[in-house]
Design a protein around this ligand. Sequence first.
Ligand code: NOJ
Length: 531
Amino acid sequence: MYLHLQSVFIIFVVGSVWSHKNVSELKFPPWFKFGAATAAYQIEGGWNISDKSPSIWDVFTHESPGMISDGGAGDEACDSYRLWREDVKIVADLGLDFYRFSISWPRLLPSGFPDRISSAGRRYYSELIDGLLAAGVEPVVTVYHWDLPQSLQDLGGWTNPLISDWFADYARVVFSLYADRVKTWITINEPVIYCDASYTMGVAPKVQSPEIGLYLCKKHALIAHAKAWRIYDKEFKPKYHGKVSLSNLIMWFEPDDDGEEEVAELARQYGGGMYSHPIYSKEGGWPPAIEQLIAKRSLEQGYPRSRLPAFTEHEIQLTRGTYDFYGLNYYTARLTRRARSGERIGIWPFSGISELNITFTTRPEWKKAPPFWFYIYPEGLRHLMTWLRDQYGDMEFFITETGVSDYDGRLHDVDRVEYYQKHLEQVLLSIHEDHVNVTGFTAWTLMDDFEWIDGYRSKFGLYAVDFSDQQRRRTPRTSAVYYRNVVHTGSITPPKYSPYSDNGVTNKIFSCTNLYSLIITVYYVLDFQNC
Ligand code: NOJ
């Protein structure tokens, strides 16, 4: 009740700051769900506590600190292993419908296999789930978010075809422990990052194999997802009625001024299609155009067969249709054109697709955010959902991530407010104008965390985390207040000021800022007394 009053107070004051500004006519439907996401390695810390074994990220950060922009590691991160109650508290303070977090495979199954389930690991996630439910927040659980047990990497990791069974066994353990309380599941997060980006750049698991390893990983990830989906469908769905899918990160591609639509479409099929066609299309298997191009190029390069392993008929049937919704992560976009003769093509998935002889560019008006790959193009989110629907038919879309970072970590993060407002606007347009069935939106991320090779430099959080404080104090940013308002009202209620135009608004921002600081101070005084 006390906390509730605090929330009302903050919303009231912030609302009064913004209420006389432009308020969008469009609203989210009452059933629409809002949440925020995190991932185990990025927040938990406790990397070697009790019987947890090392993940590929523990090994990579410890052995190759030079490959992390600030030399950091997730050893302690936000210390959510110890401080998870703080996470539940801030999730509840935001009024979120759901909280998406991931389970650490090596924490739950220290050998990587289900020969032994860690009692500490099992208890940790069980308490977190119960804590969320007690706070009225739905847990949305990602089974795998890039932190493979090193023991499995030593056996080839995602390039070993047996991984699909290892993953399915792990997923069955997770479902059997938590399916009674968790109704929405993500099997794997962003295979395009842990396969394509990892094997191209040689980041964890530090294997560089852009022409072979990348495609083995892709195929095995899709089959692993499919096996896990089928396990849930057969063994758990009849009793618990939950939903399962994967989260695909897809960049939006459109032709640059010299580019052709045909080239952009090939890039879409390579980026989004390879992870969608096998699951969401009626016929299954790789997108035909891509499969043919890779086969042709492989033969030209002197390989005896395509570097892209084919799906057998059995695997096509196994994988096809293994979804309950489309889990979409969206951050950035690129313009495409054919590479000019002799032009050096940048690396996939950030700067080009050498496999297809495609170069990427960006529009000057797309604002840059850190890390290096990030150009902001909110309309891409809407285009992407329409494209996916046109390709694979009507289905439920659940936006499982979007968000933006900065390097200065300021509390008064007007750029992040603008980012969310503009992306939410695109979601509203998708719903109201395009009639796309979008049912949820997930902010990345709840709080600042370990941003992979960008270490702790990139701050994506709605909450700032003080990494020099033992208690890892979490402090809400302006974007947290903004997002809470969206969640409570279903309206994107844009602040009138534009942080990008110098039309005399800077002073207004600062006057709001001072007021905001006062609110935050009052909030913490009340909060402190509450403890
Ligand atoms: C998506 C990934 O799932 C997450 O781990 C990462 O931190 C964000 N993108 C930002 O790069």
